[in-house]
Design a protein around this ligand. Structure first.
Ligand SMILES: Nc1ncnc2c1ncn2[C@@H]1O[C@H](COP(=O)(O)OP(=O)(O)OP(=O)(O)O)[C@@H](O)[C@H]1O
Ligand SMILES: [Mg+2]
Length: 284
């Protein structure tokens, strides 16, 4: 029996305002879901609303209309109940510069009020798991970019979350380092069978990691989805699957060009709906 999808977007629209006060859509009628233990990638042109959809998943911003559920909860109004259930890896590592490696890894555990001894033990386990043994007491400025990203991966997993989000986790790294860390992260994802949603600009990274790839168009909507697993089972090569995604991206680009600047002008109806707040919470 399969339960409800851990991540659910149903007809979600979100508007922002330009400097002159004109509203525009960042997401428009966006619907998709991620099933339990699935690994799903989002690809799409810059500015098409990928991070905005993540911010709404994180409860940092509220959709104007539509329904978002994470583990059956509204991430905006029920964010407290979701604390500790979601691990996040960002493009920039977002480590606390005044904390050592071990202290950074245990940060989430501290927020969850896990006792010190247990915190140290769990953080130590994850530190080793990401290959940073010996760097327990190093500060972020003493680590390379790749090592810092490893710390943020360990920090995300240390809380044993049910869901993992990653927003362009490897973009800031050189290709070789990115490849190594990507491989290690995929191993961790498979090992923990964690439901994963990640954003990437790399089509090959998407095919490498994801079972399913969502192609976003602008303003934030689903153009198509490519099921990598099914395509592989049907005999398609990695190259052919990548081509399918690139085709989707071309369709998305054409759709965007057909809409002019690509930012759909929001109607009054959406702007007014549900109090229409385009202001969200400050990122933590
Ligand atoms: N807080 C905000 N206020 C106003 N406009 C915003 C805000 N956040 C995002 N936008 C705009 O919404 C649109 C979508 O932005 P978003 O960051 O979601 O895109 P993205 O797909 O993540 O892009 P990228 O690939 O460059 O990271 C863009 O036009 C962006 O300028
Ligand atoms: Mg983004």
């Amino acid at each position: 029996m399969t339960g409800p999808a851990p991540i659910l977007f149903a007809n979600v629209s979100k508007t922002f305002f330009k400097h002159d006060g004109t509203p525009f859509f960042a997401c428009r009628e966006l619907s998709f879901e991620v099933k339990a233990r699935e690994i799903v990638a989002i690809v799409g042109e810059t500015g098409c609303g990928k991070s905005t959809s993540f911010n709404m998943l994180l409860g940092l911003q509220k959709p104007d209309v539509g329904d978002i559920q994470v583990l059956g909860l509204d991430p905006f109004s029920e964010s407290d109940a979701l604390r500790g259930q979601v691990g996040i890896i960002f493009q920039s590592d977002r480590l606390l510069p005044w904390r050592t490696t071990i202290e950074n890894i245990s940060f989430g555990l501290e927020v969850l009020n896990i006792p010190l001894t247990q915190r140290r033990q769990t953080a130590g386990k994850w530190l080793e798991r990401v290959g940073l043994k010996g760097f327990e007491d190093a500060y972020p400025h003493e680590l390379s970019g790749g090592m810092r990203q490893r710390v943020s991966i360990a920090r995300a997993f240390a809380i044993e979350p049910k869901i993992l989000y990653a927003d362009e986790a490897f973009t800031a790294l050189d290709e070789l380092t990115a490849e190594r860390i990507r491989k290690d992260l995929l191993e961790l994802i498979r090992e923990t069978a964690i439901t994963t949603l990640f954003i990437t600009h790399s089509v090959s990274e998407a095919v490498d990691i994801a079972q399913r790839v969502l192609v976003f168009g602008r303003p934030g909507c689903l153009i198509c989805e490519i099921n990598c697993e099914e395509n592989r089972a049907a005999g398609k090569s990695t190259h052919e699957i990548e081509q399918l995604i690139r085709q989707g991206l071309r369709v998305a680009h054409k759709t965007m060009s057909a809409e002019g600047a690509g930012e759909g002008v929001a109607t009054d109806e959406v702007v007014r709906a549900e109090g229409s707040t385009s202001k969200g919470r400050e990122p933590i």
